[in-house]
Design a protein around this ligand. Sequence first.
Ligand SMILES: Cc1cc2nc3c(=O)[nH]c(=O)nc-3n(C[C@H](O)[C@H](O)[C@H](O)COP(=O)(O)OP(=O)(O)OC[C@H]3O[C@@H](n4cnc5c(N)ncnc54)[C@H](O)[C@@H]3O)c2cc1C
Length: 331
Amino acid sequence: MSSENSIIILGSGPAGYTAALYTARANLNPLLIDGGVGMGQGMQGQGGQLTITTEVENFPGFPEGIMGPELMTRMREQVARFGVRFVEDMATKVDLSERPFKVWVNDDLYTTRALIIATGASARWLGLDEEKPVWEGGLGGAGVSACATCDGAMPVFRNKELIVVGGGDTAAEEALYLTYYASRVYIVHRRDQLRASMVMQQRVVNHPKITVLWNKVIQKIHDPEKKQVTGVTLKDTVTGELSEKEIAGVFMAIGHKPNSELFSGQIDMDEVGYIRTHHDVRTTKLGVYACGDVQDSEYRQAISAAGSGCMAAIQAERFLAAEDAGVHAEW
Ligand SMILES: Cc1cc2nc3c(=O)[nH]c(=O)nc-3n(C[C@H](O)[C@H](O)[C@H](O)COP(=O)(O)OP(=O)(O)OC[C@H]3O[C@@H](n4cnc5c(N)ncnc54)[C@H](O)[C@@H]3O)c2cc1C
């Protein structure tokens, strides 16, 4: 099968759906390749990362909060209303070497004059056997989370002892944020020195509610059977000694992996794999735009992803309109 398109959007998180909404309303008849069914923890499908969380309290317009999966279903219904065409699968290969760009979903080829990349990012996990069962028991509220800003205020964490895993700026920021709610925050770091900037290190080390557990890794999270975090087994990376700690939550802050492998070698990325953009959403390839978490290592929020999806759509629309008018397009 083969189809020609003015615009293809890859990804159906807040960035992709917003880009679809704007391009559909601009009569560009977008094709949205939505990621298909999820592949579980670490890699989400239709609806993106918010489908694996519980309550979202910071997306404007929902004074009572809204469950992540419901928010994403509503976004999908909204774009469907404007006639967006869906391919319920993952893009498996792209060729951006010439226009029209080529996108494959397995054996099916789709060509497009402009491409919006909204493939998001996946949090890195420790890879422990217990992460998944605990997680499946109740998402962030079960006690394992990759986003303190998102889940830290949940009642289950209030006045409890919590762990943040990591040693960089993100771990420091997450730990500081959690001090608003927790009785104590332990940073579990596998080395004897943090990688965070000096300012952040000082804020962490001097904070009365934060304790750094040096040279430690989590070996086991308790208690998958109860589907709730009740504690951890820690291993000392120098002596090998094991110890146990009762805690109510584990927050991973060991980085995110942008879902950008598909474009590797074809557009500019930083060393981690975040797509480099200039003027907000334009990639180094004319006619290719990137929005949301795949190009944003800093804010990583649903509302900022949606905002950049809007920007990508408007830029793509201007690019196509200029080209149709025979004007040299620079967007
Ligand atoms: C547990 C958790 C809780 C969170 N809670 C909040 C919160 O309360 N408030 C908040 O503002 N933010 C929250 N966030 C962050 C928020 O979810 C993200 O910032 C936001 O979802 C990013 O949107 P996005 O559209 O860029 O990407 P994503 O939501 O990551 O969506 C990416 C999409 O791309 C698809 N995709 C990937 N590869 C391909 C491919 N090859 N072909 C086609 N499609 C592909 C995926 O299937 C997915 O549909 C949370 C994140 C997590 C993990």
